[in-house]
Design a binder for this molecule. Structure first.
Ligand SMILES: CC(C)(COP(=O)(O)OP(=O)(O)OC[C@H]1O[C@@H](n2cnc3c(N)ncnc32)[C@H](O)[C@@H]1OP(=O)(O)O)[C@@H](O)C(=O)NCCC(=O)NCCS
Length: 329
């Protein structure tokens, strides 16, 4: 049986209005705009202030925009995957909440946890459902309300992250474009260089865990930086070599946005000039599972059908991966 191919047929996004600038962070912790810009590339990030809204709301808004732009009725959706590390609840899955919010009553839905690699992992997962014929229309969403797990007194992490969501619609491709290949890796980080200490079954919430601020991101920045720089560049080269893609063949690198220096190192190793690299970290910070679909949304009017895109990400877990997409819209 010949496998079908999945394509991205629409993109949507959601960004909260509130902008948390470096200058505002200067008033909150011992940091400064120059340090943040030169070490990370970030100028500001968006924060979802409304306490009644969280990752499901942002993901649903992004999904609605994608469906509207494709002219697809929510009831046609077969599957919804939400990549997130900031689910509204530990259960039910955020994807189930999105399903109800957008009226996709015929879809089954689940979350995928792969931190900053969540979107590329979910894209590969969603595309295999289309390829096998088990689903015709799939929503893949990356949504993270990172501000809900940030300690705004910790200058080493609070400057990095922002809130946002992006969504893509996957459908069967009827030409040579689509999601052509993917490579994913995992290396279990039992040393916990990047993790949330409490709130799971290992350390359930207690007064002590709250008082010790164990429900927020904890990161060994230098260790993660080294791993991420190596991992993202290696896997991007690996997918280029596997598909015989030269630097000239690649129209765009769509990198996860954790640190501009990690992105630059990846582009250099691939032999790409900066004009071929999508960057939104300056405006949104690290939105975890949302960075890559937010890039696709921001660049959608500059993309041409047939453009070769390499999507690459590295995240907690450790997880990393790359997806080769021949743009279909
Ligand atoms: C977090 C990160 C930006 C820190 O940058 P760095 O160049 O590694 O900086 P270091 O951690 O070595 O810290 C250098 C100094 O700056 C200080 N510093 C840390 N945060 C600071 C801040 N916000 N403002 C000012 N100074 C800061 C440190 O205390 C340290 O001071 P010291 O030398 O006196 O000890 C960087 O390590 C990084 O991006 N890591 C990977 C993040 C990531 O990818 N996370 C998600 C995975 S997808």
């Amino acid at each position: 049986m010949e496998l079908k191919k999945a394509k991205i047929s629409a993109v949507g996004h959601y960004l909260p209005e509130y902008r948390l600038t470096n200058f505002e962070l200067e008033k909150m912790v011992d940091t400064n705009d120059e340090w943040i810009r030169t070490r990370t590339g970030i100028k500001e990030r968006r924060i979802l202030k409304d306490p009644d809204k969280a990752s499901a709301y942002m993901g649903a808004e992004a999904a609605k925009e994608a469906l509207e732009s494709a002219g697809v009725d929510p009831k046609e959706i077969d599957l919804i995957i939400v990549a997130t590390v900031t689910p509204d609840y530990l259960f039910p899955a955020t994807a189930c909440l999105v399903q109800e919010m957008i009226g996709a009553s015929n879809a089954f839905a689940f979350d995928l946890s792969a931190a900053c690699s969540g979107f590329v992992y979910a894209l590969t997962t969603g595309s295999t459902f289309v390829e096998s014929g088990n689903a015709k229309k799939v929503l893949v969403i990356g949504s993270d309300k990172m501000s809900s797990i940030i300690d705004y007194t910790d200058r080493t992490t609070c400057i990095l992250f922002g809130d946002g969501a992006g969504a893509v619609l996957l459908e069967e491709s009827d030409d040579e474009t689509g999601i052509l290949d993917s490579i994913h890796h995992t290396e279990g980080d039992t040393n916990c260089s990047l993790y949330q200490h409490a709130g799971g079954s290992r350390n359930p919430a207690t007064i002590e865990t709250v008082q010790a601020k164990q429900h927020v991101i904890s990161q060994d920045g230098r260790a993660v930086f080294k791993k991420a720089t190596m991992g993202m560049a290696d896997v991007s080269l690996e997918i280029m070599e596997k598909n015989n893609l030269s630097a000239d063949d690649v129209a765009w690198l769509v990198p996860h946005q954790a640190n501009l220096r990690i992105i630059d190192a990846t582009a250099n190793r691939m032999g790409l000039t900066s004009e071929k690299v999508m960057i939104n970290i300056d405006r949104y910070g690290n939105t975890t599972a949302a960075t890559i679909p937010l890039c696709l949304y921001d660049w959608k009017n500059k993309l041409n059908k047939g453009n070769n895109l390499v999507l690459a990400a590295f995240g907690g877990g450790f997880t990393w991966g790359a997806v080769y997409v021949k743009w279909s819209i």
